[in-house]
Design a protein around this ligand. Structure first.
Ligand SMILES: NC(=O)C1=CN([C@@H]2O[C@H](COP(=O)(O)OP(=O)(O)OC[C@H]3O[C@@H](n4cnc5c(N)ncnc54)[C@H](OP(=O)(O)O)[C@@H]3O)[C@@H](O)[C@H]2O)[C@H](O)CC1
Ligand code: K
Length: 512
């Protein structure tokens, strides 16, 4: 699913209005009816007090139009106009008149008014600012936002929590309404997925307001959401007449004394992801545990007992994952540099591989095309330098990806796969996955996918999705706290099966 910028949404509105020969107020009406239906389905006419806080632009217009529908269906409403500007939008005014025609007089709030009383069991509709916010709200509007928060009432935001910009974080978290749920028109907004701005709404949902489908399909966005619909077309089925050689030979290079578990986890995940053959290249101390614990994995051994000192392999791997548990010993740095000089095999670099790369930036020139880098935030900072906020981070990562022809996986609550101008945001995974070895599992999965013939970008997207989905399926048994990397690996098979699972249909009672 594409995530559009504010400019693209305004252009889609304009295009839709012309093509469907409708007025802009019609689009607002669709938005209001959709929100009304959402509320009505859940509230079924309950007389809980609904406080609608409406700005003076089109977001406010949505709120005012919603108030009319709620009143027509007998709901218990109070309507407030948050009068932060004299420049009211045309469609806001049209809907204000329609409301007044029904003898509903909103209360106008400004800098020196008293704030309305709100009970903790009431519902608040937040339609103060939408995607048109272009500066910080004034102090009295911020006080109103705080008042909404303190009330503890359920907050439903229209389109976006008021006070969130579309392209930068707020200067202060008090400047934003904290939403329990957001109903966003046509497409979710990028800010819902970034660490600094995602926490302003607990959950979100998209409402279709019928913007032109051709416009939406042909407009290029800079971010896309990756769910089952997006990864299914990438899936490469297993062929009937095939053998283990058909699915590639993965090589995982890493490990050091005390950190051999990382290679163990990567290699196992690589197998479970479907790699035909897997070899682990480890220091000598890793041979016995690996051979004992995962008999399916072959082991090639370094001459050094405790760390990697020279990387040599005597076969042509289909994909290589490097860096897991590897350490940054001088000998290892030298071995890594030597390896990078000669390697042409598709590569996934993780953990200490990234740290060595950050300290030896000249090695970036040696990356094979479309190498995948999988940094966590600290590793990313070492690689690209500090950033001022999430938006600058994304810009810098995109520039880095373009410059070095690589794919960067920014790991987080919503992992983002960056390839040149595009960012692909993953939707699977859960807080239980913030656990030791979870990243090693991801590296193994992605390496295994490349070995099977997925192009690197598809391997990154598919792998991140699968890893998250496996985590989601594993917590059904473990809960967040007890989820371990091993349990994620064990659920990879389930995650594959789930790709083709048909959602259960609600049972229909037969008429007698
Ligand atoms: N396709 C769709 O998704 C549709 C969405 N709709 C809704 O429309 C809003 C966007 O409405 P818009 O009128 O463009 O913007 P806002 O309502 O967010 O803001 C209104 C104006 O407020 C001014 N502004 C901005 N920041 C501040 C501030 N801090 N303090 C005071 N005033 C501010 C600004 O105007 P200026 O001229 O003063 O700069 C804004 O224009 C969208 O979110 C949806 O809810 C449509 O209803 C249907 C189609
Ligand atoms: K809003």
């Amino acid at each position: 699913m594409k995530l559009f910028s504010a400019e693209q949404i305004y252009a889609a509105d304009k295009f839709t209005i012309q093509k469907q020969k409708i007025g802009s107020d019609e689009l607002m009406e669709r938005a209001a009816v959709q929100i009304f239906n959402w509320l009505h389905t859940r509230m079924q006419g309950a007389q809980v007090k609904i406080h609608l806080f409406c700005g003076i632009g089109n977001n406010g217009g949505d709120g005012i139009a919603l108030a009319r529908h709620l009143q027509e269906h007998g709901y218990n409403i109070a309507v407030y106009v948050v009068n932060y500007s004299k420049t009211r939008s045309k469609d806001f005014l049209i809907n204000l008149e329609r409301l007044k025609d029904r003898k509903i007089w909103p209360e106008f709030l400004d800098s020196d008014c008293e704030l309305p009383e709100i009970g903790k069991d009431d519902v608040i509709v937040d339609a103060i600012f939408g995607i048109g916010l272009n500066r910080n709200p004034e102090k009295w509007v911020v006080n109103l936002m705080k008042h909404l928060d303190v009330s503890q009432a359920f907050v439903l935001s229209v389109d976006i929590p008021s006070g969130l910009f579309m392209n930068k974080p707020p200067d202060n978290e008090d400047f934003v309404v904290k939403a329990n749920h957001t109903l966003s028109f046509q497409a979710p907004k990028l800010v819902f997925f970034l660490p600094q701005t995602g926490r302003f709404t607990d959950t979100w949902e998209v409402l279709d307001i019928g913007l032109d489908t051709e416009y939406l399909a042909t407009t290029k966005s800079e971010f896309e959401l990756i769910g089952k619909n997006e990864v299914l077309p990438l899936y490469l089925p297993r062929k009937k007449f095939s053998h283990k050689g058909t699915y590639g030979h993965s090589l995982l290079i890493g490990g050091s004394l005390g950190k051999m578990g990382a290679v163990h986890l990567s290699a196992k995940a690589c197998l479970y992801a479907g790699s035909g053959l897997v070899t682990a290249y480890v220091p000598q101390c890793g041979t016995l545990p690996l051979q004992t614990n995962i008999p399916e994995v072959m082991v090639a051994t370094d001459t050094n007992e405790t760390q990697i000192s020279k990387i040599e392999h005597h076969f042509e791997p289909s994909a290589i994952g490097i860096g897991i548990g590897m350490g940054t010993h001088d000998k290892t740095i030298k071995a890594f540099s030597g390896f990078m000089e000669n390697n042409k095999v598709p590569l996934v670099i993780d953990a200490d591989g990234l740290n060595i790369l950050s300290q030896n930036k000249e090695l970036l020139k040696k990356l094979p095309a479309q190498t995948i880098l999988t940094p966590h935030p600290k590793e990313l900072e070492r690689l690209i330098g500090k950033w001022k906020d999430d938006f600058e981070k994304l810009k810098k990562v995109k520039a880095f990806s373009k410059k070095w022809d690589c794919i960067i996986i920014i790991k987080g609550a919503h992992t983002i796969i960056v390839h040149e101008r595009m960012g692909y945001i993953n939707t699977t995974g859960n807080p239980g996955m913030a656990t030791a070895g979870s990243g090693d599992v991801l590296t193994g999965i992605i390496t295994g996918l490349i070995a099977q013939g997925y192009i690197p970008l598809h391997a990154a997207m598919f792998g991140v999705y699968l890893h998250g989905r496996a985590g989601d399926m594993a917590i059904e048994k473990t809960g967040y706290q007890s989820l371990t990397a091993t349990r994620i690996i064990e659920a990879i098979g389930k995650a594959y099966i789930d790709l083709f699972a048909v959602p259960e249909q609600p049972q229909v009672q037969e008429e007698k």
